[in-house]
Design a protein around this ligand. Sequence first.
Ligand SMILES: CSC[C@@H](O)[C@@H](O)C(=O)COP(=O)(O)O
Length: 354
Amino acid sequence: MTEHVTVIESVKLDDKNDTIILLDQTQLPNKKVFLELKTVDDVWDAIYHLKVRGAPAIGIAAAYGIYLVTKNSDASSYEEFAQTFSKMKEKLASSRPTAVNLFWALDRMEARLEKEKAQSIDVIKRALKEEADLIKKEDEEVCESIGQYALELLEPGMGLLTHCNAGTIATAKYGTALAPIYLGQEKGYDFKVYADETRPLLQGARLTAWELDQAGVDVTLICDNMASIVMKQGKVQAVLVGCDRVAANGDAANKIGTSAVAILAKHYGIPFYVCAPMSTIDSKSKTGDDIEIELRSEEEIKTKWYSEPMAPESVKTYNPAFDVTDSSLITAIITEKGIVYPDYEENLAKIFAE
Ligand SMILES: CSC[C@@H](O)[C@@H](O)C(=O)COP(=O)(O)O
């Protein structure tokens, strides 16, 4: 698959220099800037400000972050080390609330710490690095597998619509919703992709359109409010999106606007697929109502991207960063373990038990 994927590692550890090298996604597509993160505040800030974004990439950054910021701890006992670890974990976990991969990765790092309890601090530190490397490596395989399964549902020449960015830079490699597009590209499937611009932070315009265009995929950028007309005109045969958290009943939180696309897809009889690594499925959230939706600043709606204010200064705003697509609108959830169809409560539980 690598042939058509723009291989940019959005999160990379430089262990020798105690640094995380991070592609600053806020500067794309105009500038390809790599940041050097060293402290817990650097990592927190990068996640909060979406310099690293996309659920799997956030998880990878948090895993390397917690490794790095505990690596230099001079704790001499396990208890002391574990105390520093949980302080750092708490800080990183406060960066963004919706993508469950953040908490999943931090919990997994903590589980590894506890597993190595009897070892020396040096061995524990090495184990934490190994765990963070594994989280990243596994994500590559997961994305590739999601891509293979999703491709089974698609046919050459199809028009596909996607929202936000669930591509290479949102993951370790390949992406989730964009993985079948890259895979199809390699097989000459000639997909026609419509990328929603994704207001207010424009992940579709700045990131999806950019990475698909670079890969030579036939991509057309549309504003969010144009999804209906392209569907009505018969230009779209399937919708593929990523997600930040899937509840046990299949309700799926993803970038704001996703649920509107799902409602449109249902209206026009177009299949709506959610691409979800198992790490994004949160059995602790029973339904979408249990998922915390991140609220962000009014500046993202009123001024960002424009040299002049876009709205009266005094006007109130409401800026939820995600919405939840009701499971009844989702045709299938595509995981690395296979394609899951309704009844989601039953079938997600089954796939977890496998
Ligand atoms: C494979 S990335 C899946 C999701 O995280 C993605 O679709 C999304 O909504 C990202 O939101 P963002 O706010 O840009 O982090």
